[in-house]
Design a protein around this ligand. Structure first.
Ligand code: FMN
Length: 170
């Protein structure tokens, strides 16, 4: 599968098979995150991988009752170690760095026949408590990972001419 195909066919997967995730595949997905670019190459990312079923079950509640969080083989918390760090644009770099790394993971997972879903709906304090994450660290996103048991149709995207303009704002 080439990059174009992975981009075109990736979907958010919310139903997973009860099938163990091979360590090599998990490592390959994490390696895609490691290779992602980051602001000033600071690599302000840490990934906490949760495979334990009891912990995943606890995370369902912290993730606003999204049950498939417990169904997938792994849940990965993408964390920023310096959540207050800003760039000269005034924007915080942590969420941007994490978003790139997670997107790399979703595409590599797709190539490996795995499904993923971003989880942005979660209670920060509750999730941190469950996972023993220290005060100064922020969870930016969770990503669930496992073998998909659904094959959703592509979701609507705006056409290019609606999201792109050239030379001057219009
Ligand atoms: C930042 C972010 C947060 C998201 N949070 C959730 C979430 O909490 N639960 C969920 O089921 N999907 C979540 N999604 C997935 C989106 O709903 C999904 O990407 C969108 O509907 C487009 O569908 P597709 O990924 O299949 O193309 C999130 C996606 C992003 C990028």
């Amino acid at each position: 599968m080439n990059i174009e195909e992975a981009i075109r066919t990736r979907r958010s997967i919310r139903a997973y098979e009860d099938k163990p995730l091979e360590d090599e595949k998990l490592q390959a997905v994490l390696e895609a995150a490691r290779l992602a670019p980051s602001a000033k190459n600071d690599q302000d990312c840490k990934f906490l991988v949760v495979r334990d079923a009891a912990t995943r079950a606890k995370l369902v509640d912290a993730c606003k009752g999204q049950r498939f969080v417990a169904q997938a083989s792994a849940v990965i918390a993408g964390c920023s170690l310096e959540p207050e760090r800003t760039m000269s644009s005034g924007l915080r770099s942590g969420p941007i760095d994490l978003a790139i790394a997670i997107d790399h993971m979703t595409l590599r997972a797709r190539e490996l026949g795995l499904g993923t879903c971003w989880i942005g709906a979660f209670d920060q304090d509750q999730a941190k408590k469950i996972l023993g994450i220290p005060e100064g660290v922020q969870i930016v996103q969770f990503m669930v990972l496992g073998y998909p048991s659904e094959d959703p149709k592509p979701r609507h995207r705006k056409p290019l001419d609606e999201i792109v303009c050239y030379e001057q704002w219009s």
